[in-house]
Design a protein around this ligand. Sequence first.
Ligand code: SF4
Ligand code: SF4
Length: 543
Amino acid sequence: MSMFCYQCQETARNTGCTVRGVCGKNEVVANLQDLLIYSLKGLANVVVKNNIAAKDLDGINEEVLTGLFMTITNANFDEEAIEKQIEKMIALRDRLVELNGSAGLHDAALFSVGDREDKLSKAAKVGILATENEDIRSLREMITYGLKGLAAYVEHANNIGLKEYEINDFVYEALNALLDDELTADDYVALTLKTGEFGVKGMALLDQANTSRYGNPEITNVNIGVRDNPAILISGHDLVDLEQLLEQTMDTGVDVYTHGEMLPAHYYPAFKKYPHFAGNYGNAWWKQVGEFETFNGPILFTTNCIVPPRTPGVVDRIFTTGASGFPGCMHFVADENGKKDFTPIIEMAKTLPAPEEIEKGSIVGGFAHNQVLALADQVVEAVKTGAIRKFFVMAGCDGRMRSREYYTEFAQALPKDTVILTAGCAKYRYNKLDLGDINGIPRVLDAGQCNDSYSLAVIAMKLQEVFGLEDINQLPIVYNIAWYEQKAVIVLLALLFLGVKNIHLGPTLPGFLSANVANVLVEKFGIAGIGTVEDDIELFLGE
Ligand code: SF4
Ligand code: SF4
């Protein structure tokens, strides 16, 4: 058995992981994930061929999103959990076939599999390389990765109770289109942009869900030191999980700290009422191996960003929920009312020492669209007077590669009349540097999680309106984005759909882009990679 995966920025040699993932994913997990995606395409085939509306598929819609989410980089390493999800999707698919008939359906909608070995043998025939034409494969995979990112964002919105069936309808349409051998490269380019359009809708939905339930993010100083109490570290993105954990830890003597992408939770007014919501511990996801050791307490993963732990002491303290999973770790499942009982993790926390301090001080964030637009007059004035020469959107991801030091050096080298707009875990490359402010406006404005890149787009569109510009690309905004996994792919596709051109993407261009598809992105959208800090700054600041 072997595997093939090239969905993330750290893929081996930027061409594909073929023996074991750089992320730690083994070949069984990789192949089962391929089969899970195939079964989702099959279910979509039944839905589309029979014109079934997503609004009639409650329950199934959620399982499809979870299935996609489970295959995101660093989300789920649990062979059994993925195998169970395949079986669930096939059973749901078969029920739909039974009700609607099987005429004209694709193999993906009809195949059956038995034990693990049988599943792996089927997976070998339906994985990424089953599409022989390199360009079609590249486009199909780019759309697939966009759908994975979209699914993650929509699942969070659904967890808060907000749904938009139009998005689910599109997910079925796109998954089914990925099976269609009649479609041309041009058709898939059009579908790629349509995926971006729904990326905007998905991020807008999540923004609406988060802000309607937890309030609009506001400027906040977040403590990065520690207290003396035992504590739980919560990682990932799901704010409902955080809310439930904060409620259940009230008056228990256990503090809660955020990690990685959960940091922006501190910016929401609703979470400020919890006195035991103690601060943020550590940095971006890839530094967790050392940081989890010194944290001392248990860790709850609500979504992706798991790095397989090496020390037994740490793995025993890891818990998962939602689409995340790791073999041997306790997994929390919601009851019929959506409630998760976090008692085991709270009880464990009480028995463990308080976190060890690894840094002191605070970081500032909370510059999502509502907060920035509240400062609009100040910002517009600073642009008009030349106090702010340019904005640099440096949203996106952080990762292990040394080449990502570029982003810290780039932030440090930017002239003092420039402002960085950030979102996602890329921020950890520069959010602890003292870059100062411009007339009271901090030079690093953190909007939030990677999905809050939507906020940055809203801000850009508002500035376009204020300055009366015809084209969003006339704004003094440069896009120098770092990517790592599939949520960043949907953010990129969303920006392309919004008409943003000349995005620089690094530290490497995606390995899943064939030469021809890369050319299309260069010619149509001006996408480019990164160079040296000096050359890029000169290029970006050239008038
Ligand atoms: S997710 Fe990335 S690192 Fe992991 S197997 Fe796929 S390409 Fe390799
Ligand atoms: S910022 Fe990037 S790496 Fe971090 S969680 Fe979002 S998509 Fe993943």
